[in-house]
Design a protein. Structure first.
Length: 159
């Protein structure tokens, strides 16, 4: 085993090492808008934050959110049919999310997003949100539903 010079780590940190800490950002990627949710510091609770318009300025918007919330990982909702099969929308989400993770230099996991928008819509209706309010919030709430499922699964796996 070779010794590294003073001040130089014996092994170079991997992306996983560099981002082992920090919050997790959940994304619900649609054709026009991307819902964004953020975990708390302990990675237990997901909170809807906002949506980002898909397009030329989206990378800058994500970079600002990542810095603001100290994000260390992305979780992206993967649209699948009720049978679990991926369709054309899944290919679009994968292409976009893979490039986004590379551009932002963050590790990423996919998470099944089946029924997340329906759950988000029902939650907002139950909370008394108006139709106009639901339109602006449903993407972020769907991202929180996706992220919360991921967080719950990760916590269960650690037990």
């Amino acid at each position: 085993m070779a010794l590294a010079p003073p001040g130089v780590p014996a092994t170079m940190p991997t992306m996983r090492d560099r981002h082992a800490e920090g919050r997790i950002m959940g994304l619900d990627i649609g054709g026009k808008r991307i819902g964004v949710a953020i975990s708390d510091e302990t990675r237990i609770i997901a909170t809807p934050v906002r949506f980002v318009e898909r397009g030329a300025g989206d990378r800058r918007a994500f970079a600002e959110l990542i810095e603001r919330y100290t994000v260390g990982r992305l979780v992206v909702g993967l649209p699948t049919g009720m049978s679990g099969r991926e369709g054309p929308q899944s290919a679009d989400v994968r292409a976009y999310a893979d490039q986004l993770a590379m551009d932002l230099d963050l590790p990423m996991d996919y998470w099944d997003e089946r029924l997340s928008t329906a759950i988000a819509e029902r939650t907002l209706i139950a909370g008394g949100s108006s139709r106009a309010d639901r339109r602006t919030r449903v993407d972020a709430v769907a991202a929180a539903v996706i992220l919360q499922g991921y967080l719950d699964h990760e916590r269960y796996q650690r037990r």
